[in-house]
Every structure is written in C-alpha cells, then in structure tokens.
Write a protein that binds this ligand. Structure first.
Ligand SMILES: Nc1nc2c(c(=O)[nH]1)N[C@H]1C(S)=C(S)[C@@H](COP(=O)(O)O)O[C@H]1N2
Ligand SMILES: [Mo]
Length: 326
C-alpha cells in the first residue's frame, strides 16, 4: 500500500539532521495521514524494515518497529527529548554509576532472550524475543519520565500495556504483588567500579502491587523513537511506570513473578529512607537530600538543558492513577 512508503525525511536519519527534527517530521506525517482519514490500525510508525539508513552510533543494533500511535498519549505537554540525548544520558548501574554508560552497555547479550513469567499464575509462560516483539499489538505512547534525581525527559515508547500480559498469564486471586528482575551475570554486568557489585543487591529488582500493574498506564517498552530499544535503555524489554520515579522501571527483564507478599527491591534495600517501595512522583515529599518540587528537563532536542519546571503530582497522571492511592 502506498502509504507504507516511509517519507525520505524520516529515513534521512540521525547523522543528517538532528534526531528530534526527524522525529517531529514523522509526527507531522502521521497527523497528515490521520487527517486523511486512514484507519488507525493501518498507520505505519516507522515501517520500512528493509530501508538501509545510517544510524547514530548510540543507537547501534536497533531495528525499525511498527506500532499504532495511541491517541490518548501523543501530547505530553512538553517537547519530546532528543533521541540521541535520551540514549546517552542513562541510569543502568549494572554497567556503571555514571550517566555515560551507553558504550559499556553494548556488551549486554539480547538475542536470544527469554522472559519467564511465573509464580501465582494459572498460565506460566516463557516468552522469547520474537514473542515479545510480535505477540502483543504494539502501541506508541509519549510519556513524561521523571527520575528521582530530579531530571526529566519526554520519550515515545513502543510496547504494550502490562494488562495485556496479565490477560495472557491469568494471575491467581492469591497474587497481590509482582517482582520484576533484570538481567544479571557478574561476568557481563560488572557494576560500578565502587562499590563493587558484590556489595550491591543485584540482580536489580523492582515490584508493584498487582492493581498498579493492571493500571492502564503501566507499560512494557520494547522500543523507543520508532525502533527497538538500544541496550542502554534496557533492551529488549523494560518497565515504564510513568507516575512513579524512574527507578521503578526495571530494564532488561528476565523474570516476572506473582507473589502474595511485597518483594524486596534494589533501591529500597540499599536505602529504604530515600527510595520507597511506592515511589510515586510527589512534589511535596522531598527526598531526604533534595527537594522534589521542581525538575530539570534534559532536552528538548539534543542539547542538554537546565530548564526547570514544577514537578506534577503523579507526574501529571493523577486522572489515571489517583484512585489507586485514595
Ligand atoms: N536494571 C536496571 N534498571 C533500571 C536502572 C538500573 O540501574 N538498572 N536504573 C533506573 C533508573 S534510576 C532510571 S531513572 C531509569 C533510566 O532509564 P533510561 O536510562 O532509559 O532513561 O532506569 C531505571 N531502571
Ligand atoms: Mo532514576
């Protein structure tokens, strides 16, 4: 079909124009297509799997993914962060404690991959990489993202809602909590130089109440900016919980377990006063060492910024989640 041809501006790619302008061109293209009356289900996002375009070194190994733009999450009220900036300003302690870990993360082996879903479920499952990319219909959602360190970004994730996986595995009524475990192999994920990884509570784990996991906003990302996740963003699959601090979004998931008690988590184990299990974005609840009233937008575009904006309760997603905390 003619509209599956992806306009050359999109494939010009990251070394020819800034990634953000490519991304914005794509958005205009999509708007035009929607205005043209095409059914949502047929809209390509980044369609042309065969096109050979040079990509930025920071995005090495990524492949174009198709997804449907979820109309409820297309405008985050702030500009989308530049793609290369988001891919070079990361937290991934398995590869070091600086923001500049994208090169170190390239040793993560992501293919083949398995994600085991187990515990208190009627249909335990083990998904392989192909299952993760094709079994659930993929959507694009542009979400605000807020790290507990008070920096923030806006990124277009590609993936599927956690409730799609819940339907697949069918939790038992005894399941009250869920533990998510990230990839860990001491020979590969060597951790920061100090303290040594053996003193840290690896593997990285996170947890949710099952009602939180079932909320419409809770998302598994398998891609970002129209392609699969670069390793530093948590390839091949990571959690995105936009109303909570970023550390709740464990990367490179290998296991999901349904439990009847609240699991221990990485940051809460390291420093329970600073990193709560619940970890909702709350401007009036300061971190013991800094205020959470404002946040710094790392973008827009591919320039670092120091622009500060007020922090929003539940990161601005209260209409979706406030009833969970009534
Ligand atoms: N496995 C794992 N997941 C992780 C982390 C980590 O160190 N290890 N850091 C968390 C933190 S603190 C943040 S802010 C986000 C950062 O995601 P990004 O690098 O894709 O922006 O990942 C979260 N998920
Ligand atoms: Mo974070």
């Amino acid at each position: 079909m003619a509209f599956l041809h992806v306009p050359p501006t999109w494939r010009l790619s990251e070394n020819a124009v800034t990634a953000e302008s490519v991304f914005l061109n794509r958005r205009r293209f999509l708007k035009t297509m929607i205005g043209g009356g095409l059914a949502m289900a047929t809209l390509p996002l980044a369609g042309c799997q065969t096109a050979q375009a040079p990509i930025a070194e920071e995005l090495t190994g990524t492949k174009a993914l198709r997804a449907i733009a979820n109309p409820a999450f297309q405008d985050a009220g702030r500009p989308v962060t530049g793609e290369v900036l988001a891919a070079t300003y990361n937290n991934f302690y398995e590869f070091g404690s600086s923001k500049n870990i994208w090169q170190a993360a390239q040793v993560l082996p992501t293919d083949p991959w398995t994600l085991e879903v187990t515990g208190l479920v009627n249909n335990p499952k083990t998904y392989n990489l192909d299952d993760l990319l094709t079994r659930f219909p993929l959507e694009e959602r542009i979400y605000r993202f807020r790290c507990v360190e008070a920096w923030a970004m806006v990124v277009p994730w590609l993936g599927f809602p956690m409730n799609a996986l819940l339907r697949d595995v069918d939790p038992k009524s005894s399941a009250k909590f869920v533990r998510f475990t990230s990839y860990f192999d001491p020979a590969v994920t060597k951790g920061p130089s100090f303290p040594p990884a053996r003193f840290l509570p690896f593997p990285y784990t996170e947890g949710l109440r099952i009602e939180e996991m079932a909320n419409d906003l809770a998302f598994f990302a398998v891609g970002i900016y129209g392609h699969t996740l670069p390793k530093q963003h948590g390839a091949p699959i990571r959690m995105v919980i936009p109303w909570k601090y970023g550390f709740k979004g464990a990367k490179s998931l290998v296991k999901i377990e349904f439990l009847d008690t609240q699991p221990a988590t990485y940051w809460n184990t390291l420093s329970p006063n600073e990193y709560k299990f619940e970890a909702n974005v709350e401007p009036d609840v300061p971190h013991p060492r800094w205020s959470q009233a404002k946040e710094r937008l790392i973008g827009p575009g591919n320039q670092y910024s120091w622009e500060e904006v007020p922090t929003l309760l539940y990161n601005g997603y209260g209409e979706f989640v406030a009833d969970l905390y009534a």
